[in-house]
Design a protein. Structure first.
Length: 301
């Protein structure tokens, strides 16, 4: 195991535990947004510590596009069973069936944007007043504008210019009827911190994060997994590559990294050396210069 600053990790863990306990104390009906990715897995692990020996006092909410990696869903169900928490799976397909979301068409079609509608419908239906998310400030430039407690108005919209002060970790949870908060306990963590914490705590993660062979195709410089939900362009061919995923999401837009990192030590060394951001391989973030911020203003997590 690589040696690193355990005090730093414990400080981050303590801060996240404090934020989660503040959520439990300040809100009547919070939830934890769970994707099956490493950040939400770490958040679940920290939540377990925060409320031990009691069970985690809020349900997990997964916005399921229906285009997830099968390995992610299998891991999600296993972890939910081990934690003994309630899982609410909000299906994008249900929003499409109701007509509240419209399936994209064309060669670059993705359901990633459609998650916004499904998420907002789930928050409204379940009357959640706070939703904990695993976003970190180092992921993407729009994420860096968030506070721990991120206010959403009655239309679930986010205004980066209307963030409340958080001096000395004093959080303002006041809201009007119909409004809610997104809360980000991992805000001050980096991708490297996440991986070092996973190794230190011996946390199980999906095998997608480790190097493996998979049939891939390259679209606009991003390696995407061959799957039944995409249509190849005439100039695209499927090749077997040795890859791993740094982030896990919808199969149609989640890019992979060419990598031989098959264990946690190798992943940590790789992340420490890279100069490419974690979401640099997400094709949905390449739709425009402000793609992430535009989605967040509309309600994206």
């Amino acid at each position: 195991m690589i040696s690193y600053n355990l005090d730093h990790l414990r400080e981050l863990e303590s801060e996240s535990i404090f934020v989660m306990r503040e959520v439990a104390a300040s809100f009547q009906n919070p939830c934890l947004m769970f994707s099956g990715g490493k950040d939400s897995i770490v958040m679940a692990h920290v939540a377990k510590k925060a409320f031990f020996p009691a069970k985690i006092p809020f349900p997990f909410l997964h916005v399921d596009t229906g285009h997830n990696f099968p390995e992610t869903i299998a891991f999600r169900d296993q972890l939910i069973g081990e934690l003994g928490v309630k899982l609410i799976a909000a299906m994008v397909q249900d929003s499409i069936n109701k007509g509240t979301a419209v399936e994209e068409t064309g060669i670059n079609a993705s359901r990633n944007m459609l998650q916004i509608t499904t998420l907002l419908e789930a928050i409204e239906e379940q009357k959640f007043d706070a939703a904990l998310g695993g976003a970190r400030r180092d992921e993407e430039k729009a994420r860096a504008k968030e506070r721990f407690f991120s206010h959403r108005d009655e239309f679930s919209q986010w205004n980066p210019k209307n963030q409340r002060p958080e001096l000395w970790n004093t959080f303002n949870a006041r809201k009007n009827i119909g409004e809610h908060f997104r809360v980000f306990p991992l805000s001050n963590w980096t991708e490297l911190d996440i991986w070092q914490y996973i190794q230190t705590e011996n946390i199980d993660i999906p095998n997608l994060y480790f190097s493996h062979k998979r049939k891939m195709y390259n679209r606009d410089g991003v390696w995407l997994a061959d799957n039944e939900f995409i249509t190849l362009k005439p100039n695209e061919t499927v090749e077997e590559k040795t890859i791993r995923f740094r982030t896990i999401g919808d199969m149609t837009c989640t890019g992979a990294a060419i990598s031989d990192a098959a264990d946690l030590t190798s992943i940590i060394a790789e992340v420490a050396a890279t100069r490419i951001t974690e979401r640099g391989g997400r094709s949905d973030d390449k739709r425009s210069e402000t793609a992430m911020e535009d989605r967040k203003k509309e309600g994206y997590f």
